[in-house]
Design a protein around this ligand. Structure first.
Ligand code: NAI
Length: 338
């Protein structure tokens, strides 16, 4: 499983990074938030990060001062609301968890009105100040915010589709955990490829491709798929108005960031699902899609096909594609009208 691999790689790269002296500056935009704070903490503990730049419209200097006392070698700087350009200077990777989270009863699409403009403006700043940076979008709705970031960079003439990623890792983490629970197995042994997008029916877990998942049928199968697709709602409900997943999301965000940093540093075979500009369903007018992606020195190295899937998964995919198409078009239209 990616997470377990990441932990092992973390241990190995601790040694490697000190001798290689690579410079990898990572920025977190929205660092003062529910995700931003624990994500900053986890990135401070990532040996592949040499410098951490924490920005938010409120609270980032405090988070930076706090995190900076942790005894790992990376530098940490915090930037207040008017210091966005400074925060982005020289960054190689920008992680964006800025924006409002869901409250009970809301879908991710309900966040569009607020988060679309936040993400658009942050992407424009990255395009201006750090046009070569890799951008990891956590802010929801990911199915729309990734097309927004891409369209903004395109307008600025600095878009490289290999460097823009929607972070769907939490779906992968949940799928492994929930399947592990049912199969009575370590989640490290129940890794599931999750394709499509990142909301409700657009989340398509390929259980048939896993040893422990392929035998699951009937009601148990339906419930498992539903839980992977709507697991976020469990957290929103339990937090009762105080937001959505933050801690598990920070873990997922740090895991994906670490995977990208491994790829950027030249490690081969780093493969994980992520929502990127993709040719897989382009003929159906869907040009962003999550499937297994190999990460390398330039970001996206290779987009893997989805492989063989079951009849049930064909049905899930058929339900995913029209929704995904609408979400993508909504993001593009927003930038076109801006
Ligand atoms: P939060 O409200 O706790 O934190 C958001 C932070 O963004 C706040 O500190 C706020 O000041 C900051 N912010 C707002 N506008 C900003 C701007 N223009 N520039 C910089 N910072 C700005 O929310 P939380 O729980 O951290 O969630 C953040 C986003 O992540 C939400 O959109 C949520 O839906 C999304 N999310 C995504 C997941 C995924 O799997 N991709 C999973 C869970 C949440």
């Amino acid at each position: 499983m990616l997470a377990r691999t990441a932990v092992r790689a973390l241990a190995n790269s601790r040694q490697f990074s000190s001798s290689a002296a690579r410079q990898t500056k990572v920025a977190v935009l929205g660092a003062g938030g529910g995700i931003g704070q624990p994500l900053s903490l986890l990135l401070k503990n990532d040996p592949l990060v040499t410098s951490l730049s924490l920005y938010d419209i409120r609270g980032a200097p405090g988070v930076a001062a706090d995190v900076s006392h942790i005894d790992t070698p990376s530098e940490v700087h915090g930037y207040a609301a008017d210091k966005l350009d400074e925060a982005l200077e020289g960054v190689k990777v920008v992680v964006i968890p800025a924006g409002v989270p869901r409250k009970p009863g809301m879908t991710r699409d309900d966040l569009f009105n607020t988060n679309a403009s936040i993400v658009r403006d942050l992407a424009a700043a990255v395009g201006r100040v750090a046009p070569e940076a890799h951008i990891l979008v956590i802010s929801n709705p990911v199915n729309s915010t990734v097309p927004i970031v891409s369209a903004v960079l395109e307008k600025l003439g600095v878009y490289d589709p290999r460097r823009v990623f929607g972070v769907t890792t939490l779906d992968v983490v949940r799928a492994a955990r929930f399947l592990g629970g049912i199969a009575g197995a370590d989640p490290a042994d129940t890794r599931v490829t999750v394709i499509g997008g990142h909301s409700g029916a657009t989340i398509v877990p390929l259980l048939s491709q896993t040893e422990k998942g392929k035998g699951i049928t009937g009601e148990v199968y339906d419930q498992l798929v539903h839980r992977i697709q709507f697991g976020g709602d469990e957290v929103v409900k339990a937090k009762d108005g105080a937001g959505s997943a933050t801690l598990s999301m920070a873990y997922a965000g740090a895991t994906f960031t670490h995977a990208l940093l491994r790829g950027l540093s030249g490690e081969k075979g780093v493969i994980t699902p992520t929502f990127v500009k993709s040719p897989l369903y382009e003929d159906q007018g869907i040009d962003f899609f999550s499937s297994n992606v190999e990460l390398g020195p330039n970001g996206v190295e290779k987009i893997h096909p989805i492989g063989e899937i079951s009849a049930q998964e064909e049905k899930l995919l058929a339900a995913c594609l029209p929704d995904l198409k609408k979400n993508i078009e909504k993001g593009k239209a927003f930038v076109a009208q801006s």
